[in-house]
Design a protein around this ligand. Structure first.
Ligand code: PHE
Length: 464
């Protein structure tokens, strides 16, 4: 484990990597369309509340598990099972680690497909005439949708590129480029939000995003909000466990987690304000996962230097997607290396092959596999729903149970109480109550509500 000790020499380096993993398509691509599907303001309120109440404590828990055990997720759970200094001897938590690794694989393989869409739009902006009309935007999308092999090819390029960075080494790979790009992205986003709000739909967009009309929520909404919180913060599948394992001993985890969660949430809210004015002005609400790709080029058609902003936006978005994919693939490679006892290169090959195979299903879902739908949902949407709204909440549930049963109090308390801050035992007890009771309770309730809604739909209880 000597390798881990030498990585992330600077505190800043860790933030860049953790934020690099958290920021990405979840904020800019997924948040706007999930918010539209769940009716706007009330969902956003639920989302922010869940970030603070559940997402942040879980993020802290994952970082802490990694930092204490110095392992990737599967091996970290083994340490909890076998090391009586930090954990209680037993065998049960291994399953939680395996579930985490499986979720990682399923997330990264459909994430790579959307990253491929970003690459496609980057090329369309750079070389195509996408800015000349709304039809050109739609035909660029159609080109992609009709051609599953193009999607798979772009996804494979993305997977290969991310794996090369991962196998070369986390620090060299991530720290350098994310550090330079992220502040630029935040500024770019700020400028675009101002321009978007200036298009004449500011009041409607702000109202849509922030005015909570609770009648718009459905029984699925709490689960959708929770799933998206976990997806956006990159928790529930062990990626943050892997990042925590590279942290320096003196890093104060609750503050680190708080900064990551705040930045991530602010960026998502920005993304909403960027997209909603165009959606409301052009009635694009029913676009689903295509929303960002339909709305953004249309916004850029109407502003000065749209071409420049388009290229810059898609470059930054692509790098965000790359950062997040690196987090996922790093967790997978770390786990494969530790569990199968193979070199990082070999683990990279194994992970790459399996990921490309998995990515072929969502890639082909709008062309070759178009006919395969489940209750009207394409395989892509189904994949998204199952991973984000089912596997991640169950992963977090398993994580909460494993942590509250296995992790001993003393190493956890040490992570909360530190000399340079006044954060004390109280914060630790709050965290423990959330991880033990509140998070498992709310996740179970949200899953139950969605299951009930699903069953009643199947049974045709329309009056509900
Ligand atoms: N959080 C990332 C995003 O918002 C996605 C991600 C999920 C990354 C899970 C790593 C692990 O885009």
């Amino acid at each position: 484990m000597a390798r881990r000790d030498s990585l992330w020499g600077t505190r800043f380096g860790f933030y860049l990597a953790a934020v690099g993993s958290a920021l990405g398509l979840g904020n800019l691509w997924r948040f706007p369309f999930v918010t539209v599907e769940n009716g706007g303001g009330a969902f956003v309120l639920l989302y922010v509340a869940f970030v603070l109440l559940i997402g942040l404590p879980i993020l802290i828990g994952e970082l802490m598990l990694g930092k204490i055990t110095r392992r990737g997720s599967v091996a970290a759970f083994r340490v909890l099972d076998r090391n009586d200094e930090v954990g209680i001897i037993g065998r049960r938590t291994f399953g939680a680690g395996v579930l985490a690794a499986l979720s990682c694989l399923l997330v990264v393989s459909y994430y790579a497909v959307v990253s491929g869409w970003v690459l496609h739009f980057l090329m369309q902006f750079t070389f195509g005439s996408i800015l000349s009309s709304g039809e050109n935007v739609d035909s660029s999308l159609k080109l992609l949708k009709d051609n599953g092999l193009l999607q798979l090819a772009l996804a494979s390029v993305h997977i290969l590129l991310s794996l090369v960075i991962v196998v070369k080494g986390v620090q060299e790979g991530i720290e350098k480029w994310v550090g330079n790009i992220m502040p630029i992205f935040v500024v770019l986003l700020g400028i675009l939000v101002v321009k978007s709000l200036a298009t004449g739909q500011a009041v409607e967009a702000l109202r849509f995003q922030f005015y909570p009309d609770f009648t718009k929520l459905t029984l699925y909404s709490p689960l959708h909000a929770l799933g998206h919180v976990f997806f956006s913060l990159s928790v529930g599948m062990g990626t943050m466990v892997a990042f925590g394992s590279y942290l320096k001993p003196e890093t104060h985890i609750p503050s680190a987690g708080f900064r990551v969660a705040t930045l991530d949430t602010v960026i998502s809210l920005f993304a909403g304000l960027l997209i909603f004015p165009t959606i409301l002005g052009m009635s694009l609400g029913g676009s689903g996962p295509e929303l960002l790709f339909r709305a953004l080029p249309r916004l850029l058609q109407g502003i000065d230097s749209g071409w420049f902003f388009g290229v810059a936006f898609f470059v930054c978005l692509y790098l965000g997607a790359l950062g997040a994919s690196i987090g996922l693939l790093e967790a997978l490679v770390a786990n494969v290396t530790e569990v199968l006892k193979v070199s990082r290169e070999r683990a990279g090959w194994i992970v790459g092959t399996v990921t490309v195979l998995c990515a072929s299903i969502p890639s082909l879902s709008s062309s070759g596999l178009q006919g395969v739908t489940v209750r009207g949902q394409s395989l892509f949407s189904l994949w998204d729903t199952v991973v984000v709204n089912v596997l991640l909440p169950i992963g977090v549930l398993a994580f909460c149970l494993a942590l509250s049963r296995k992790l001993k109090a003393s190493p956890a308390i040490n992570e909360f109480v530190n000399d340079d801050s006044l954060v004390t035992q109280t914060l630790y007890s709050h965290w423990r109550i959330v991880v033990r009771y509140i998070a498992p309770f709310l996740i179970t309730l949200s899953l139950a509500a969605a299951l009930f809604a699903f069953i009643s739909e199947l049974a045709g209880w329309t009056h509900l």
